[in-house]
Design a protein around this ligand. Structure first.
Ligand code: SF4
Length: 679
């Protein structure tokens, strides 16, 4: 029996794995975040073990015939290394690019960032976490001076008075977490849910607001307007712990509830009801998730809600504050240790000379040899195969052609590459387009740390050996770095790499230097920042924020609206999201036979269905300026009549989504675009 964690979402529920003959069985175990509970995905996580879908040998595709042939590991790695070298010699180091994932362990994320900068010498590395919570990360950095999804343990929300969830379907995406909302209500607290769809989370709410997609920001402005007008802002806290409130105060003055109603569709009386709830609460917790964040004004939207929390004096107070519900399993750790285009380990910025010097010393290289900032995820993919863009792409832990916005365009960019290499455990839609596919281990076959949505560093222990022919991503990185004659050392043992990561992170914002595998095992995880000798930091900001003056920043933001407004041809709003039984691009969950896979669907309101002549279960076509998809109609009264919803786990949804980017986080606008629907 091996104690470990679920392979999927950022809750990182604890579980135990046992061998039953050739099978691997999941059972519950006590862990503070999930208390033994798992969702359907967690219970069935071992379903890929022994599956015929697993890849067990490297595969090379003939570009002319399209035929696949098996290769040995030496053949495959020799081929990749020689092509990378040739491209670098011909076009320069930035000709080679790397794309990582928010599901990779900290050790892999760290090693991938180091591989890109040291072995390839490229600045061109980013990862799919950019499309997850980067707007909240950008907002957290601006307001608090640091980005940790939840600056407090998740269970703290049980003790708050009012919990406002903006764009989160927590009850469906991470069901074990819903118990905290239930307990909050049992304790007499209130839950507020803001979402264009009435989801299982909204059904738990004491107050449910249903705005037009892309208008969470003006709603926050209207709430702060009312709080200020009622004298409900915490003037002492604002004076002692923040800067910048007067500018915000002036700009929210224009946002009367009636104006909020005109823009967002939320009745003015409901805006007043929410403001009154918050004004009368001692402890308020505001949580945002992808519904608020995946917009071209995602950072501004989060900042607007952060302004509400700050004006009420909540961040740093016990059982109150602001937090982001991170999505991917290692969405938090994945953005701390160097696979992001602008970062080095420890959440250091790559353009900071002191940060470069520190990391260069750990890596044993000259600081000047570390490249500068690269392109963000979408911009990187959009540049592939163009005259000034990368000519090769190495993909680890990501299924780009399902998960990228404007996916048809991105598939065409991949086709223009000289070399596409994908490391995956199955032949995903992206792997199927590759020149070389490398079969890798899944979570139960490897050891490594993850950092969950609370900033809690946890340890996944290897429970079972990998199938013959399969290698760890870390082996691939080492194999390529060695062939490329890279400077520095390239261990494959996760514990050794974690020790190097600890040194590289020392003194950074995300300081892991005091965290060890033994401590994680003994303490059910350790919260960063954790300098050497520290107990870790479950709760942040009690004394100071992370800006040099210790104060949080109010940032004045304006509502620009979605990048693409409805038109006569595209009169509706399209929004996308998840369903309970699937995870992200579905590369794993769609292959687990015990999870229902009914395929994509189009959710629409009966009024809209009547207008376009759609019948429940019959196919409808959704069109946007970028493409179209066909899927069965699901007619529900829980969605706004001006909005359609498509889940993004299957090929299709992201052929429709808009690639407009947030100016700060470079987050694409997944959550709203103009659309038309026909029967
Ligand atoms: Fe796994 Fe997330 Fe489900 Fe927990 S909630 S079992 S971590 S998918």
């Amino acid at each position: 029996m091996t104690d470990t964690h679920c392979p999927y979402c950022s809750l990182q529920c604890g579980m135990t794995l046992s061998r039953k003959g050739p099978r691997l069985e999941v059972s519950e175990r006590s862990f503070p975040v999930n208390e033994g509970a798992l969702c359907r995905k967690g219970w069935t996580a071992a379903g890929l073990r022994g599956s015929r879908e697993r890849l067990t040998t490297p595969m090379v595709r003939d570009r002319v015939t399209g035929e696949w042939s098996a290769a040995t590991w030496d053949e495959a790695l020799d081929l990749i290394a020689s092509r990378l070298e040739a491209l670098r010699d011909e076009h320069g180091a930035d000709a080679n690019a790397v794309f990582g994932g928010g599901g990779l362990t900290n050790e892999k994320a760290y090693q991938l960032g180091k591989f890109a900068r040291v072995a390839l010498g490229t600045s061109q590395i980013d990862y799919n976490g950019r499309w997850c919570m980067s707007s909240a990360a950008s907002a957290g950095n601006q307001a608090f001076g640091v980005d940790r999804g939840l600056p407090f343990p998740l269970a703290d929300i049980e003790q708050t008075d009012v919990c406002v969830l903006v764009g989160s379907n927590l009850a469906e995406t991470m069901p074990p977490a819903a118990r905290h909302l239930d307990r909050l209500r049992e304790n007499g607290g209130k839950v507020v849910v803001i979402d264009p769809r009435l989801t299982p989370t909204g059904e738990r709410a004491d107050l449910f607001l249903q705005p037009v997609p892309g208008t969470d920001l003006p709603l926050a402005l209207g709430v702060l307007h009312l709080l200020d007008a009622a004298g409900a802002v915490d003037e002492d806290y604002i004076a002692e712990r923040t800067t910048g409130f007067e500018d915000v105060r002036r700009s929210v003055a224009a946002w009367w509830p009636e104006m909020v109603e005109r823009v967002s569709g939320v009745e003015a009386s409901q805006v007043r009801e929410l403001a009154a709830l918050l004004a009368n609460a001692e402890k308020v917790t505001v949580l945002t998730a992808r519904g608020a964040e995946q917009h071209a004004q995602g950072t501004a939207t989060v900042l607007a809600w952060l302004n509400v929390a700050l004006a009420l004096g909540m961040p740093g107070k016990a059982y109150a504050g602001y937090g982001c519900l991170t999505g991917q399993g290692n969405g938090q750790g994945g953005r701390e240790h160097g696979q992001k285009a602008d970062q080095l380990p420890g959440y250091r910025m790559i353009d900071d000379p002191a940060a470069r010097a520190h990391v260069a010393k750990v890596w044993g290289v000259d600081a000047a040899s570390i490249p500068g900032k690269g392109r963000s995820a979408y911009e990187l993919l959009d540049a592939l195969g163009t005259p000034k863009g990368p000519k090769s792409l190495l993909v680890f832990g990501s299924n780009i052609v399902v998960s990228a916005p404007n996916a048809t365009h991105i598939a065409s960019r991949l086709a223009d590459l000289d070399l596409l290499v994908v490391a995956d455990m199955v032949m995903s839609e992206t792997a199927a387009l590759a020149d070389v596919v490398l079969p890798v281990t899944q979570w139960a076959e490897e050891t490594g740390t993850m950092t969950n949505l609370e900033g809690r560093v946890i340890l996944r222990n290897q429970a079972i050996s990998a199938p013959d022919g399969v290698k760890n991503d870390l082996d691939i990185i080492t194999g390529l770095a060695t062939r490329l004659g890279a400077a520095s050392t390239w261990p494959t043992d996760p514990a050794t790499i974690f020790d190097e990561l600890r040194a590289a992170s020392q003194g950074g914002k995300a300081d892991y230097s005091g965290i060890t595998y033994d401590r994680i095992r003994d303490e059910d995880g350790v919260f960063w920042p954790c300098p050497e000798g520290s107990e870790g930091t479950p709760r942040m900001f009690a004394e100071d924020f992370f800006h040099a003056d210790g104060r949080a920043r109010f940032i004045d933001v304006a509502h620009r609206g979605p990048a693409e407004a409805p038109t006569a041809d595209y009169p509706l709003h399209l929004t996308t999201g998840r369903v309970l039984a699937q995870y992200q691009s579905g590369a794993q969950t769609r292959r687990i036979k015990d999870l229902p896979d009914d395929g994509a669907f189009v959710e629409l309101h009966p009024l809209l269905a009547d207008r376009v002549g759609a019948h429940d279960g019959d196919p409808v076509v959704v069109r946007t300026p970028r493409g179209e998809m066909k899927a069965p109609a699901r007619i529900v009264t829980t969605i706004r009549p001006d909005t359609v919803f498509v889940p993004f786990h299957w090929v299709g949804a992201n052929k429709l989504t808009n690639d407009a980017l947030d100016p700060s986080s470079r987050m694409p606008e997944f959550k709203v675009c103009a659309a038309a629907v026909s029967a």
